[in-house]
Design a protein around this ligand. Structure first.
Ligand code: GAL
Length: 317
């Protein structure tokens, strides 16, 4: 496995070619101390068994697909599934493959581009797919940009799976969360999106006014796909402890927010994670969209270009 690092005055990031996984994202706190605001394994070999998809690029379809696969242009494509659920592109998805370095640049706006060619029917998906991900630092912003092109109609939904903690340790329950989301996807007992959207009003999921992640009396963790509104900032997180604030901008329709109670018991670059150690902002299309025409489509037509561009901006307040 190879590690690549880029930095500018404000930020520094490292990633692996394996899974295009981001292993660190360093931001200065209110005292000027460097904080790694994502969880990354100390030993790159641990990414081989990355059950939580730490920092990884996830695809071809992030999230859960039900029904054992999908039908496209009247052909049923079975996908690897566990009890009818296909998760994060399958057991050998893009998070568990070597990507190739296309370009790495230095300077005030450095960037790393990794790419992968995925053959027709790889992991059960139709179309030869050319995929790239670019990590770029623009002043105090990290841009994560996925592109994909296929020689056949296909479905795609890539995302990045960073686990953020703006204090670099402790719990995110007392960090302040904002989400421009008035609804989220209803799930069945297998965590599959049913096709319905639920209103966040008077639920633990209403973060339209910023408040602490764990502040609602009925909070039991979040692992849900939220429908994004039209505000410029789609989501935000703030740690009073470090003074670091993150704003998320995206061209995607939804964000999966995930706050696991625990993550793998392995050695991390940061102090050992405790309970509710981190929060993911997986900007993407709606979960299970190929089987639920009620949701905006994630179809990528032959010859067209898929772009998921999400920007994470860091400030002190
Ligand atoms: C999230 C998903 C969770 C879990 C996690 C990986 O994107 O919503 O349910 O599978 O990835 O551990």
């Amino acid at each position: 496995m190879e590690t690549f690092t880029i930095k500018n005055k404000h930020l520094s990031i490292s990633c692996l070619n394996y899974g295009a996984a981001m292993t660190s994202l360093i931001v200065k706190d209110k005292l000027g101390k460097e904080i790694n605001v994502i969880y990354g394994f100390k030993d790159p070999k641990d990414y081989d068994h990355n059950t939580y998809y730490l920092g990884a690029a996830v695809g071809r379809i992030a999230g859960r697909i039900g029904g054992g696969g999908f039908t496209l242009n009247e052909v049923f494509y079975p996908l690897y599934n566990d009890n009818g659920v296909h998760l994060h592109g399958g057991t050998e998805g893009f998070s568990f493959r070597d990507w190739e370095l296309e370009e790495i640049t230095e300077g005030e706006q450095p960037e790393i581009t990794l790419k992968r060619s995925s053959e027709n029917m790889e992991d059960g998906y139709p179309g030869n797919l050319e995929v790239s991900v670019t990590y770029k630092l623009i002043d105090n912003k990290l841009s994560i940009r996925f592109t994909a092109e296929s020689d056949q109609d296909t479905y795609v939904n890539f995302t990045n799976h960073n686990y953020y903690n703006l204090a670099g340790e402790g719990s995110i329950l007392d960090q302040e969360l904002y989400m421009d989301a008035a609804s989220w996807q209803e799930k069945d007992e297998k965590n599959l999106a049913t096709g319905k959207l639920l209103d966040v009003t008077n639920t633990p999921f209403d973060f339209r006014s910023p408040r602490n992640v764990g502040s609602h009396p009925d909070f039991k963790g979040i692992d849900d796909c939220f429908s994004l509104g039209d505000e410029e900032v789609s989501a935000g997180l703030y740690s009073p402890e470090s003074g670091i604030e993150m704003k998320v901008y995206t061209n995607q329709a939804a964000v999966v927010v995930f706050t696991p109670e625990t993550i793998d018991k392995k050695e991390y670059l940061n102090p050992d994670p405790g309970t509710y150690p981190a929060i993911c902002f997986e900007t993407q299309g709606f979960n299970n969209a190929p089987n639920k025409p009620e949701f905006p489509s994630i179809l990528l037509k032959k010859g067209e270009r898929y772009i998921n561009e999400s920007v994470y901006e860091f400030n002190i307040r």
